[in-house]
Design a protein around this ligand. Structure first.
Ligand code: THU
Length: 155
C-alpha cells in the first residue's frame, strides 16, 4: 500500500491578516533587519508566538566559515526552547528581506529547520503553524509543520 500525504498552503492578502499576525510580522521584519548576512545579503527574520503569548524572534547569523552560520528559524526555535523549555510554540512567522527575485514567490523554511520544527512539534504534541510573508505582502500559511515536512525523522 502506498502512503500518501498532501499539503495545503493558504494564501492571504495583507488586508485579511489578524492584528496578531501583523504584530508577528513586525517582530519578524525587525529581526530580519538585525540579521547578520554579509555573505548572502539574504536577511531572514523569524518570530515565534508561544502559548502564553510571548514572542521570541531570531534571524540568520552567518559566519566567515560559511557552514557555521545558522538560519533564522533555528536561531528563534533554539532561543525559545533555551529560555522557555516548557512553553509550547504555537506559530512561526517568517519575513525575508532580499533584492533577489524569489523563484517560488515565498520561502518555506529549509529542510534542516523543518526537521527541528517537526521534532519540537512532536515533543509538545500540539501543532506549530507556519506563516511566510512574500515580497508583495501576501502571507502563505500552513496549519502545521507536517504540511512542509510530511515524514520527519523520529528516534
Ligand atoms: N536562511 C534562513 O535563515 N532560513 C531558511 O530557511 C533558508 C536560508 C538563511 C541562511 C543564509 O544565511 C541565507 O539565508 C542564505 O541561504
Amino acid at each position: 500500500m502506498d502512503i500518501k500525504r498532501e499539503s495545503t498552503v493558504v494564501q492571504r492578502s495583507v488586508e485579511d491578516l489578524s492584528q496578531e499576525d501583523h504584530t508577528l510580522i513586525q517582530y519578524a521584519g525587525e529581526a530580519a533587519d538585525r540579521a547578520y548576512a554579509p555573505y548572502s545579503n539574504f536577511r531572514v527574520g523569524a518570530a515565534l508566538e508561544l502559548e502564553d503569548g510571548t514572542i521570541v524572534s531570531g534571524n540568520n547569523q552567518e559566519n566567515a566559515a560559511y557552514p557555521s552560520g545558522l538560519c533564522a528559524e533555528r536561531v528563534a526555535v533554539f532561543a525559545a526552547k533555551a529560555n522557555h523549555p516548557n512553553t509550547n510554540i504555537n506559530k512561526l512567522m517568517i519575513v525575508v528581506k532580499t533584492e533577489k527575485e524569489l523563484k517560488q514567490g515565498f520561502t518555506p523554511p529549509c529542510g534542516s529547520c523543518l526537521q527541528v520544527l517537526w521534532d519540537v512539534q512532536n515533543r509538545q504534541q500540539s501543532y506549530i503553524s507556519i506563516h511566510i510573508q512574500a515580497s508583495d505582502g501576501a502571507v502563505y500559511s500552513v496549519q502545521n509543520v507536517n504540511q512542509f515536512l510530511p515524514f520527519g525523522f523520529e528516534l
